[in-house]
Design a protein around this ligand. Sequence first.
Ligand code: TYD
Length: 142
Amino acid sequence: MVANTSMGRFSAHSNGLGKLVAVEGGKDVPFQIRRIYYIYEVPPDQWRGFHSHRDLHQALICVHGSVTIRTMIPGQKEDILLDDPSKVLFIGPMVWREMYQFSEGAVLLVLADHYYTESDYIRSLDQYMKEAIPFWTETDKR
Ligand code: TYD
């Protein structure tokens, strides 16, 4: 996988009445959760994202439907399908991401370790490459 990204799977409690997944900060996700948000009613063929964060750690879970997440750092790229509420994609700092192929009714839940801070975003690909090339050539950051 692209550096600073990984996949995980939550265990679902299943008792014949349906399934339940519990997510505890510092246990099921490797950070304390300060913020959650969710993305839904995305029109067909709409792409979102197109940014990186400088410091933020996030966990992405598609709790209904499916969505594809494109992750990228200089020289590495991967498309990841989230199509199961027990699947989680962790994305750390300095990874460019794009989200696309939202199925009808898809709901993408995101857990984050910091409050919303616009200055943590890099929203231009040019600026991302300027910061990411030196960042990713220092091997201790991987
Ligand atoms: P943005 O991060 O650009 O969404 P995406 O990357 O999915 O396309 O956020 C969309 C809008 O929502 C933008 O105006 C900022 C606002 N926003 C908040 O106010 N708080 C948040 O926690 C997030 C993630 C976004």
